[in-house]
Design a protein around this ligand. Structure first.
Ligand SMILES: [Zn+2]
Ligand SMILES: [Zn+2]
Length: 343
């Protein structure tokens, strides 16, 4: 999966123009906001390097290392709260901008979309519109210059380095041709993009910091470094591992001709997003995995939402299609040959 990074913290977000009829006003408003961001960022660019992002990411990671020293001084409830914030953050990416908005692998009613958009602002990885558009480019042009985090440029580039340089022109040009009318038609996506900075300030920094202070008397210093800085830095790196490690290390049971792999460590950290060979082979599948709920808290969450009638229309690759694909293009792992013999 995953495009990441945030308007102000992340990539030099050249927003791509698209031409949906009936959405010209929204498009123009978005373009002018993005132009303003780009003009500001230009002052920080030198030789293609986006120094603003280099400096902010360096400071963030130094802050995260310092946060480790804060852990023993904080109250146990603050540890629990930080973990809860991590899970909400992760769901905002996995169940939200990835499986819902990027891939449309299930449908969500308004209250769930509002929750996922708020959780997505807590993740501060770029607004839903830009993340989903970049992610569609990643799937369509994987491992080419049009892939925002092209893993053939090495682990560092795929992980974080892509945020430190200007986007390759192919990313922008190919992105222009994608259909994103569905994103423009969703008022929740529009609202989150319009008020992105405000919602990030509230969800990524204020709420995680203030709740422990207000409800159980934690110091603002401790809660800021644990629930905000450390939680944010870990969630960013877990997301980036899907772009880096899960595109380089692991087996390829569904299609050995593509780079994305099944990586159990990434699956564990990214609450179910490490079945990446499956996901790139069957991107419409809401579970991003052949194994349903197993090692997949995000799938559990979506199923729970369906049970609560807040979600519906989960798309799933059939067992027959999966087995046939394993036999045709897989690397032989996950017992594809046995399945054929049984039949
Ligand atoms: Zn994806
Ligand atoms: Zn990928």
């Amino acid at each position: 999966m995953v495009s990441v990074p945030g308007a102000s913290v992340h990539q030099d977000g050249e927003t791509v123009a698209w031409e949906p009829r009936g959405h010209e006003q929204e498009r123009n408003a978005m373009e002018s906001r993005s132009r303003a961001t780009d003009e500001k960022a230009d002052g920080w660019r030198s030789n293609g390097i986006v120094w603003r992002n280099v400096i902010l990411m360096a400071l963030l990671h130094i802050g995260a290392v310092y946060s480790l020293l804060v852990i023993p001084r904080a109250k146990p409830l603050t540890w629990v709260w930080s973990y809860v914030c991590f899970i909400v953050t992760a769901l905002g990416v996995t169940a939200g901008v990835h499986r819902l908005w990027s891939h449309r692998s299930y449908r969500a009613k308004l209250p769930l979309r509002v929750f996922l958009a708020a959780a997505n602002s807590m993740a501060f990885q770029n607004d839903i519109y830009e993340w989903a558009r970049d992610h569609r480019v990643h799937h369509k042009f994987s491992e080419t210059d049009a892939d925002p985090h092209n893993a053939t440029r090495g682990f560092f580039f795929a992980h974080i380095g892509w945020l430190f340089v200007r986007k390759h022109r192919d990313v922008i040009e190919k992105g222009k041709k994608l259909d994103v009318t569905d994103l423009l038609a969703d008022p929740v996506v529009q609202f989150q993009r319009k008020y992105y900075k405000t919602t990030v300030l509230i969800m990524c920094f204020l709420v995680p910091t203030v709740v422990p202070w207000y409800f159980w008397g934690e110091t603002l210093w401790n809660s800021y470094f644990l629930a905000s800085i450390l939680r944010y830095t870990i969630s960013l790196n877990v997301t980036w591992l899907v772009n880096s490690a899960a595109h380089m290390y692991g087996n390829r049971p569904y299609d050995q001709n593509i780079s994305p792999r099944e990586n159990r460590w990434v699956t564990f950290g990214a609450i179910g997003e490490g079945f990446h060979n499956f996901h790139h082979t069957f991107p419409f599948d809401y579970s991003t995995s052949e194994f349903g709920l197993r090692f997949n808290p995000t799938t559990c969450f979506i199923d729970l939402m369906c049970w609560m009638s807040l979600a519906s229309n989960r798309k799933k690759a059939s067992v027959e299609i999966i087995q046939a694909r394993k036999l045709r293009t897989g690397d032989g792992s996950y017992g594809a040959v046995n399945t054929r013999q049984e039949k």
